[in-house]
Write a protein that binds this ligand. Structure first.
Ligand code: 3AM
Length: 173
């Protein structure tokens, strides 16, 4: 079994902006390493090899049929989420293509008997975990263009959590 999730990776320019933003956060928490910064579309939980294969086959087919839409989303608000104790840069899913990609990922998870989100979708990138308080400054605005969907394997090791990309699919403009 592998702990998997589907997500979008920020490009190099966005990573630079995000790490600058992280540098200005109070050090009361654990910064997410640069290589781990991502925008989750579906946390899938523990997946068997069969579930992973079925997921990848379906996403291969949808990508081939150009049914995975590219999208834009603006993340411009810093927020502190009390329950998971994270600080994130969040936005609102206004682009219908992003909403349909989120619905598609959640629908696939449901069909395969995997974890689905019980919350409404708030696009966000987690910047800090084990955070104590929300910093009081205005966030920069960052517009992400989603051009690829990635399947990540989340592995815990002594060095911390590592995310490895297992598969990627192009999103069609
Ligand atoms: O994009 P973020 O950082 O919010 O919080 C975890 C992270 O999301 C989330 O999956 C992403 C990759 O690890 N996650 C981890 N465990 C989870 C759970 N049990 C979870 N989401 C929901 N339920």
């Amino acid at each position: 079994m592998k702990r998997l999730f589907l997500a979008i990776a920020p490009n190099a320019a966005h990573l630079a902006q995000l790490t600058r933003l992280q540098a200005s956060l109070d050090k009361q928490g654990r910064l997410v390493p640069r290589d781990n910064l991502h925008m989750t579309l579906a946390f899938l939980g523990q997946c068997s090899d069969d579930q992973q294969e079925a997921l990848c086959d379906t996403l291969d087919r949808l990508a081939h049929q150009r049914r995975l839409p590219a999208f834009e989303v603006t993340l411009n608000t810093l927020d502190y989420w009390l329950k998971p104790k994270i600080i994130c840069l969040k936005g609102v899913a206004r682009d219908p293509r992003l909403i349909s990609l989120f619905d598609l990922c959640q629908g696939l998870a449901q069909q395969l008997g995997l974890h689905t989100s019980e919350h409404s979708f708030t696009p966000h990138i987690t910047l800090m975990r084990k955070a104590k308080v929300l910093p009081e400054f205005k966030a920069p605005s960052l517009t992400l263009c989603g051009h690829a969907l990635h399947l990540y394997h989340s592995q815990s090791s002594e060095q911390g959590v590592q995310y490895k990309v297992l598969a990627s699919w192009p999103l069609t403009a």
